[in-house]
Structures are given as C-alpha cells and as structure tokens.
Design a protein around this ligand. Sequence first.
Ligand code: NDP
Length: 293
Amino acid sequence: MNVINGNEIAAQIIEELRVKVASSAVKPQVLFIRVGEDPASISYVRKKQKTAEQIGIQSRLQVLPESITFDELASVIAIANEDKSINGILVQAPLPSHIDEKKIFNLVCPTKDVDGFNATNLGKLCQEVDDGFISCTPAGIVEIVSRSKIPTEGKNVVVLGRSLIVGKPAGMLMLKKGLPGNATVTFCHSRTSNLEEFTRKADIIIAAIGKPKFLKAEMISKGVTVIDVGINRIADNEKKSGFRLVGDVDYDNVMPLCSAITPVPGGVGPMTVAMLMSNTVKAFELSQKQSNS
Ligand code: NDP
C-alpha cells in the first residue's frame, strides 16, 4: 500500500522550477489580488508568495477592500492585463458575495490566467491543446498520478464532485486522449442515485465534495487508488486551534483497502501551490517566446 507523499512530490516540482528560473536572466512575475481580510485567504496568499520567493518568481500583492465594487475590481484586472511585466494574475477566491466570481475570472487575460479558471482555458482543456492553463488542483492530481506511476489507461475513474475548479477538470484530464488519461470517467454529484454502485467499480476515485470522511470502506473495492481532495475542518479539542483538517475520505478505514491513497493534510494540498508556480513559469515562457518571435 502506497501512501502518496504530496509534500515530497510538490518539493520536487518546486526544485525543478527553481533550477529553471535560476537559468533565466529575466524573472517571472505574478500578481496576487486579495479582496478583504478573510483569514484563510490571507494565509493561502502568504503561502503562495513564500513559495514564489523560494523559486525566484517575483510576486506582487494588491489588497483591496471588501467593499470594492465589481467595476473597480474589473479595472484593477484590466490594468494588470496590460502590464507587460506581469506574467500571471491570481484573484484569490472566495470573493465577497456581491461580486460574481465567474465573471471576474473571465476578465483575466487568458495568457495570464495562471489559476486556469477562465472560460478560454477551460475550453482549451476540453480541446486538449497544451498552450492553455489547467487549474492548479486538477493539474496537481495529474502530477500525483503520473509521478506515482498509477496506470490510468482503460481504468474506471470515478470523480466525486462536478465543480468547475476541481471535479470537472480533474475528470476531463483523466478522460483526455493520451497518458495520464485514456480512462473511462464517471462523475458523481449530489443528485447521483446509488453512488456506491459507481465507487465500488472504480479503479481510481477522486473525492472532491467537501464532506468530511464521506467515502467509507464499504463503498470501495480492494486495490483502489484514492485521491482525496477534500479539506474540511472538524472540531478537535486536543488542538490549540480547536480543529483539525480531514479529507472527504474516512482515511483510517479506507486506507488498508487501497493500493495507493493521498492523505489529508500532505496529499493534494501542497500540489496546488506547486502547480500554480508551474503555470506562472509556463506563462512567463510563453510570453518570452511571443516577444522573441
Ligand atoms: P464545491 O462545493 O464547489 O463542489 C462540491 C461538489 O460535490 C459538487 O459538485 C456537489 O454536487 C458535490 N457533492 C456535495 N455533496 C455531495 C454528496 N453528498 N454526494 C455526492 N456529491 C456531493 O467544492 P470544490 O470542488 O471547490 O471543493 C471540493 C473539496 O475540495 C472541498 O473540501 C475543498 O475544500 C477541497 N479543495 C481542496 C483543494 C486543495 O488544494 N487540496 C483546492 C480546492 C478545493 P452538486 O454539483 O450537485 O452540488
């Protein structure tokens, strides 16, 4: 049984990027836009900035007030889209409820959309062209599968969740012609009947629903690979913070049945930041190519 170490794989990717960036005289630059003072967003952006610094990617942070209007935020993005020194733009989600997140994501120039949430990049993912950006968590899942040498061709992949940022792109990547990919993919969601009939037939389960310990041992077959994307807080009086993180999988009972599994924390989570950095370096390389041609 292989407990996949996402921290180790992410560290490898970060080191590969550091070497690549070190060999370039000009450095990539990413802009983080954070709206409001949500503690989780502050901590996510800080982690992204720290990782960028480790690689040699320059980062800028623009903090905007919670009360910002859609139009004001749109003009901040328009200025960043025009700024040639910025290769990647990330608008940290969640945005305040009065701002339509999808509309904002679509305003980011597709060639700077390192989060991969823009409709153009989601379209490129479906077209299987490789000059687009794949959203970071699904891209991280693919790296885990590929670097852990988990076979996907002809396998039954069941994706729990159909969100635009995780479930749908993760399933599309497993469906893609080529490797990793060539799988037969089933999407399950909150309206799926008899969900366990699908999960029991799965060779690989990608769990991304946001329900603590949802996937139980009796819902799977022996030898399955489980990629647990969920990040859920549950109360834990023994922790100083009063909570601990668990995934969407009942890890202790599911793990002994698996051929491979990602833990929470330390599985998919660290990969998301690594893939954001990878997208930023890719955006930089594409812009360099364009300015040289
Ligand atoms: P969303 O809330 O956007 O989507 C959840 C999906 O799960 C929906 O498609 C929903 O179905 C489905 N769902 C909800 N309840 C059930 C149920 N009982 N049975 C079957 N399907 C169900 O979540 P995200 O995709 O954004 O995130 C999913 C999880 O992944 C969360 O825990 C989140 O914190 C975590 N996450 C982790 C990241 C990482 O870096 N590791 C990055 C991003 C997310 P329906 O469409 O019908 O509503």
